[in-house]
Design a protein around this ligand. Structure first.
Ligand SMILES: *[C@@H]1O[C@H](CO)[C@@H](O)[C@H](O)[C@H]1NC(C)=O
Ligand SMILES: *[C@@H]1O[C@H](CO)[C@@H](O)[C@H](O)[C@H]1NC(C)=O
Length: 179
């Protein structure tokens, strides 16, 4: 007799829990991420941010995820426009464990600062919780467009930062006789 009631109880438990539809798969499918990032004008043409870098309001970026195995596109955002502070956010639904996701520069509204730093310049974001990262907020590295001409103050700022030799190598700054 005891056995029958245990079986009945067990069955009842299973039936109730399956009707609740609280499966792991469903929870993962509804995962939503918010990717946040910033677009700046690289006013010193050095491909990193300095204190002379300026936010680009209205800069356009796009997020794309590609299956790591066959390169098929698994997610593509609309074109996203940065706000007055050069900041943007992109909402992504789903989990992209098997994809490489990158935010890429699309275009700049500034005629004097619209040269996307090298073609490879993208920012990788991880859109899965399977690798130990939790939380819905994901940060993309800042992305910059290069200004057509470096600002004159750049030499001094870069010297302060200890990067002068590096920028000189890239040939972007006029050689200074002070050195
Ligand atoms: C159960 O979950 C599946 C997958 O997420 C969903 O399509 C379905 O509508 C759900 N059913 C109920 C009764 O909530
Ligand atoms: C990625 O591509 C591989 C090989 O074509 C495929 O087996 C896998 O299901 C794909 N993954 C996703 C998430 O589309």
């Amino acid at each position: 007799m005891a056995n029958i009631s245990i079986i009945a109880l067990l069955c009842f438990t299973i039936c109730v829990s399956s009707s609740l539809n609280y499966s792991h798969g469903a929870a993962e499918e509804k995962m939503q991420y918010m990717v946040v990032g910033h677009v700046y004008c690289d006013t010193c043409r050095v491909e990193f941010e300095t204190k002379l870098s300026e936010p680009i309001s209205g800069a356009v970026v796009k997020l794309e995820c590609k299956n790591r195995t066959d390169e098929a596109i698994t997610f593509q955002s609309q074109e996203i426009v940065a706000d007055n502070f050069g900041d943007y956010h992109i909402i992504v639904e789903g989990d992209y464990e098997e994809s490489d996701c990158d935010v890429a520069l699309v275009r700049s509204p500034r005629a004097d600062c619209s040269d996307p730093t090298e073609a490879w310049r993208k920012s990788r974001v991880v859109l899965t919780t399977f690798d130990g990262l939790s939380g819905k907020l994901r940060f993309a590295n800042n992305l910059g467009f290069k200004k057509d001409k470096a600002l004159p103050q750049c030499t001094r700022i870069l010297q302060e930062m200890g990067y002068y030799e590096l920028s000189q190598e890239s040939g972007e700054l006029s050689h200074s006789s002070e050195l």
